[in-house]
Structure formats: structure tokens, C-alpha cells
Design a protein around this ligand. Structure first.
Ligand code: SAH
Length: 355
């Protein structure tokens, strides 16, 4: 048994042992919140207490015997108890709050399943995850974007993630080109994974009741990763979706954008690798918090060491690349990833770089 878990058990099992043993329900352990400690809304501490929904999540996750499962934010263990009771090999739960770490550990002990559980007390955005086959979680909604970015653009290889998310976020995630919600998050996630809405979950199924409803989503990483430098792709979609309803022709004509791309394209040092550095990726896949570029801002069109003619020639290069396709009049919000990718490849072939 993991030493940290075992010491937690010794210290807290007696005190918290009754947490789930008093249950009279037929579920693996009680979901009822006994008010033992205060739940912190800013930490997304809304416990899912409807046993029917909890069972459905585990069913949808289609776990296999022998799976290593990752859970983010186990809370008091309502979902964890079911994951542990399934035939999976092991569950690793990453939880930031000591009180929850203690509660979920005691609950697993009371179910006599603690040998199947490792609890990592850490921020799930920062922590290193062990290898896992499936991620199943009712996560704190505040970390949805960075967590999905970490799962999909980090170094992890897994079969499936079944995540309960805020309903509006889930709808943005599964949106397709042309939908009003279509956005950078959806384009980026679709680049590397298939996503599917599995079911909606009412806010009434949580304690305390949040303001928003939820949806369960399945994210399946593609078996074959696209032939593209992912960091370059993410930087490109950031430029396109910052003003997703403008035409590409209008977006890439702006003086500030041209200058910015000129500088980036001149850089001899390129970021290389598999885009797994969290610093580059986290928070970059989603445009929900972007401030749209307001277009020409009158800033100087000089770049140290380069003449205005060189910048002008670069602007021409962008325009002619766009003209050579029929994409200049298209808006990113209505474009497929194949179209966006073909444009990125053309730009790159012509020395126009985004990161
Ligand atoms: N999955 C449980 C609890 C959901 S509440 C259930 O369905 O009942 C969300 C949980 O995530 C809380 O326990 C909260 O403490 C934890 N949490 C919040 N921010 C976190 C972070 N950055 N990393 C890991 N856990 C976090």
C-alpha cells in the first residue's frame, strides 16, 4: 500500500470510519452529505449525490478489467466508491483539499478497497499523473480548459476520458463548424480527439446545488495523431479564432497582426518537441477568455533591424498565400479543421510561422 495513503488511514480511519458505514442504501456507500465540514464553492465543491447518475457515469465510461483509472477531484468519494467497486485494476485520485483526501481515503477503507486506491494530494493542473487507461471524473468546473488541454496535449496516452462538465462548456466542446458556439476549444480538441455528449445532468443532483446544469462528455483521443506541429497549430488557431467571425482576408491584413507574424517568422530559434510543455499549452486551447484584437492600433510598423520594405514584402506574402486558395473570404467559425490545416501548411511552406 502507498505509504502516504496508509499513514492517512491510520490517522483518520477511526475518526471518519463511520462516514459511509451508516448507509442503509444498496449503493457501494452513502452519497448523502452529512455536513461534517464546509464545502467551498470557489473550489468547485459540488458533490454529485444522485446514485442513478453516478451509476450511469460509470456505465458510460465502459471500463475494462485491468484498467488504470484516473479521477480528478474525488471529493468525498461518491464516484470513487463505484470506480473501486468495478473490476478495474487501480484508481488514482488527484485531490487538492486535505479534508477530501481524508474523506475519500476513509471511505475506500470502509469499503475494504483501499488497496485499489492511490490518492495524490495536489492541484490536478500541476500534478504529474501516473499512466492511466481511462479518466473518469466529476471535475471542478473551473479547471475544465487547462485539464482537457493537459490530458490531450500533454504526454499522456489513454483510451478515453468521461468527464462531467458545465453544460455550456460541454456544448462549446462538441460544437461543429457553423454552430454559433463553434470556437477554438472545439477546433483544437477535435484535432486530436473525438468528442461525444453522453447525457445532461441537472444541477439538482448536486449538493450544494450549483447555479449551472452539467453534461457528461466522452473524449476519445484519436488513434492516429494528425501530421502537424501541435504547438504551431495551437498558435495558429489562437490567431484565427481571436476574431472568429471576421474573414481570414480581414484577419491577416491587420497591420499589428502582420508585424507580429513577421517577428515570429524571423525568429531563428523555434520551439520544437511534442508540445507537451504545459507552459506552452495550458490555457491556450480555449478562446473563452480572449480579448479580441481590435485591428490596426496605429503602432509602429517598424521591426528593429528590418526595413519597411521587408515587412511590406512579408505582408504581400501572406496575401498571396491566401489568394492562392479560395479561403480568403471564409470565416474561421465556419471552417473545418482540414481547411484550417491546409492553410496553416501553406503559410508554413511560405515561411509564415505562428509560434
Ligand atoms: N467528484 C466528487 C466531487 C466533485 S467536487 C463528486 O462528484 O461528488 C470537485 C472536487 O475537486 C472537490 O473535492 C475539490 O476539492 C476538488 N478540486 C478543486 N480544485 C482542484 C484541483 N485544482 N485539483 C484537484 N482537485 C480539485
Amino acid at each position: 500500500m502507498n505509504r502516504a495513503v496508509s499513514s492517512l488511514l491510520t490517522r483518520h480511519a477511526a475518526r471518519l470510519g463511520s462516514f459511509c458505514t451508516s448507509s442503509s442504501s444498496s449503493s457501494p456507500a452513502s452519497e448523502a452529505w452529512d455536513g461534517r465540514f464546509r464545502l467551498h464553492k470557489p473550489r468547485g465543491q459540488h458533490l454529485l449525490t444522485n446514485p442513478r447518475i453516478l451509476d450511469a457515469i460509470v456505465r458510460h465510461a465502459a471500463l475494462r478489467p485491468g484498467d488504470a483509472v484516473l479521477e480528478v477531484g474525488p471529493g468525498t468519494g461518491n464516484l470513487t466508491a463505484r470506480l473501486l467497486a468495478s473490476p478495474v485494476h487501480h484508481v488514482t485520485a488527484v485531490e487538492i483539499d486535505t479534508r477530501m483526501v481524508e474523506a475519500v481515503t476513509a471511505r475506500a477503507a470502509a469499503l475494504d478497497l483501499v488497496q485499489k486506491l492511490t490518492v495524490i494530494q495536489d492541484d490536478a493542473v500541476e500534478a504529474d499523473f501516473p499512466e492511466f487507461d481511462a479518466c473518469v471524473a466529476n471535475i471542478p468546473y473551473g479547471i475544465s480548459s487547462p485539464l482537457i488541454a493537459k490530458l490531450l496535449f500533454g504526454a499522456y496516452r489513454f483510451r478515453t476520458a468521461t468527464l462531467l462538465l458545465q453544460k455550456e462548456f460541454a456544448q462549446r466542446l462538441v460544437a461543429v463548424p457553423g454552430d454559433s458556439e463553434y470556437n477554438r476549444l472545439a477546433a483544437n480538441v477535435r484535432m486530436v480527439a473525438d468528442v461525444k455528449l453522453l447525457m445532461d445532468v441537472s444541477k439538482r443532483d448536486f449538493v450544494p446545488m450549483p447555479r449551472v446544469d452539467s453534461s457528461l462528455v466522452e473524449i476519445r483521443p484519436r488513434a492516429a495523431m494528425p501530421d502537424v506541429d501541435l504547438a504551431e497549430w495551437l498558435a495558429f488557431t489562437q490567431e484565427c479564432f481571436g476574431q472568429k467571425n471576421k474573414t481570414l482576408g480581414a484577419i491577416f491584413k491587420q497591420k499589428r497582426k502582420v508585424l507580429d507574424l513577421f517577428k515570429r517568422s524571423q525568429r531563428t530559434e523555434r520551439r520544437t518537441g511534442d508540445a507537451s510543455g504545459n507552459g506552452i499549452i495550458l490555457g491556450v486551447i480555449d478562446d473563452s477568455s480572449d480579448v479580441a484584437c481590435s485591428g490596426d492600433d496605429g503602432s509602429s510598423d517598424r521591426v528593429a533591424g528590418f526595413s519597411e520594405e521587408q515587412v511590406g514584402a512579408f505582408k504581400e506574402r501572406i496575401a498571396s498565400a491566401l489568394e492562392s486558395t479560395d479561403l480568403a473570404g471564409k470565416r474561421p467559425s465556419k471552417m473545418s479543421n482540414d481547411e484550417l490545416l491546409s492553410l496553416l501548411k501553406l503559410f508554413n511552406e511560405r515561411g509564415i510561422r505562428f509560434q
